[in-house]
Design a protein around this ligand. Structure first.
Ligand code: XIL
Length: 353
């Protein structure tokens, strides 16, 4: 107010006021989500499709304008890095990590172990019996040291194990569980910690937003790992939702119970799909869901980041996987912000710690 009164009266002073008045300065520059998020201490992230990144400058510019954290949508997965046994290809992943550093973004690592997108030689070798349990354990250990070791010091958090509990809340039946037994989980964390001692090490899964049998199975697993002094540091909640399903129960309580075990938390793959075509009601429900997940993150104590699984409907994984569904992201296929974008931005603006 003092400034306003002092400079009132001349055109020059009025122009000066525009540059000095913090409110009009923020309103004048459309600053993107990362600026809205900054004061909260919660990082806003996106998964990055490296094919789009290299082909589409609108896409690339938006990543750097909107996000201060990135994760590879595919290029850090085992099947992408080691298509041929013993031949490692880090080119695309390195490109992302280098770009992140140049643009002031943190990098989440996704993922050291998943039952999908494994190298063909690995699954074929296990199926044929050519790779036995002892060899699988050696291969897995080497994989962790090679990949986490390659990026050592450049990854803030690794999804060490991804989707290891199934929809019946049991340890997922994978080649790893079958051949190595449940001890592979602790092994993964111990190896990852040796390979990159500063990275925060996460479990990550879907359908664990609220309190339910699956998230409780994770809760019990983490308790056991902690009791066994396994270096586990974070719980990643993917956040793949759909407007046609009820919003998950007690998300904030769920986040808090993991924090009480001494973990950081993160929303790691948020998108909110809908049966096509979109309409105003679905878009509003979508905005609500994005905002409600983000509110839980902001209201919790140790939720460090909120990552969306892609930000434009132009490159979403949803239509290819969920028949008849789509429009899951914050921007439409022409990069026009949807209601959900504004909701996320406002929630960050209002929220704090
Ligand atoms: C998806 C990618 O988005 C697709 O491009 C790919 O074809 C399959 O994987 N949970 C995860 C992610 O942890 O790695 C998945 O990403 C989406 C579900």
């Amino acid at each position: 107010m003092k400034v306003t009164r002092a400079v009132a009266g001349t055109a020059i002073a009025a122009a000066l006021l525009l540059t000095l008045n913090p409110t009009s300065a923020v309103a004048a520059a459309d600053t993107g989500l990362r600026d809205a998020a900054k004061h909260t201490g919660v990082r806003i992230g996106t998964a990055v499709d490296m094919a789009a990144f290299n082909a589409d400058t609108t896409y690339r510019d938006a990543i750097n304008r909107e996000f201060n954290s990135v994760v590879a949508e595919n290029v850090m997965k085992w099947g992408e890095i080691e298509k041929e046994r013993g031949v490692l290809n880090f080119a695309a992943a390195d490109q992302l990590v280098d770009s992140a550093r140049a643009n002031g973004q943190q990098v989440r690592g996704h993922t050291l172990l998943w039952h999908n997108q494994l190298p063909g030689w690995l699954t074929a070798g296990v199926t044929s019996g050519e790779i036995d349990a002892a060899e699988l354990r050696q291969i897995l250990k080497r994989h962790v040291f090679e990949v986490a070791g390659h990026f050592r010091g450049r990854i803030v958090a690794w999804d060490v194990v991804n989707e290891i509990i199934d929809d019946n809340a049991q340890l997922r039946d994978t080649i790893f569980l079958r051949l190595l037994g449940p001890g592979y989980i602790a092994d993964m964390f111990r190896w990852a910690h040796q390979a990159d001692p500063k990275a925060k090490l996460y479990l990550n899964d879907y359908n664990v937003e609220g309190i339910n049998a699956k998230s409780t199975a994770y809760y019990d697993l983490v308790k056991q790992l902690k009791a066994d002094r396994v270096p586990v540091h974070g719980f990643g909640i993917q956040g793949h939702l759909g407007v046609q399903y009820p919003f998950p129960n007690n998300v904030l309580d769920n986040v808090r119970r993991f924090e009480k075990l001494g973990l950081d938390t993160a929303f790691t793959e948020v998108d909110v799909r809908m049966p096509m075509p979109p309409d105003a009601t679905k878009l509003q429900a979508q905005a609500y869901a994005y905002s409600a997940l983000l509110q839980a993150c902001l209201l919790a104590q140790r939720c460090v980041s909120f990552t969306v699984w892609g930000f434009t409907d132009k490159y979403s994984w949803v239509p290819g996987v969920f028949n008849g569904q789509g429009a899951a992201n914050l921007l439409d296929e022409n990069f026009i912000p949807k209601l959900a974008y504004d909701a996320v931005k406002t929630t960050f603006t209002l929220g704090g710690r």
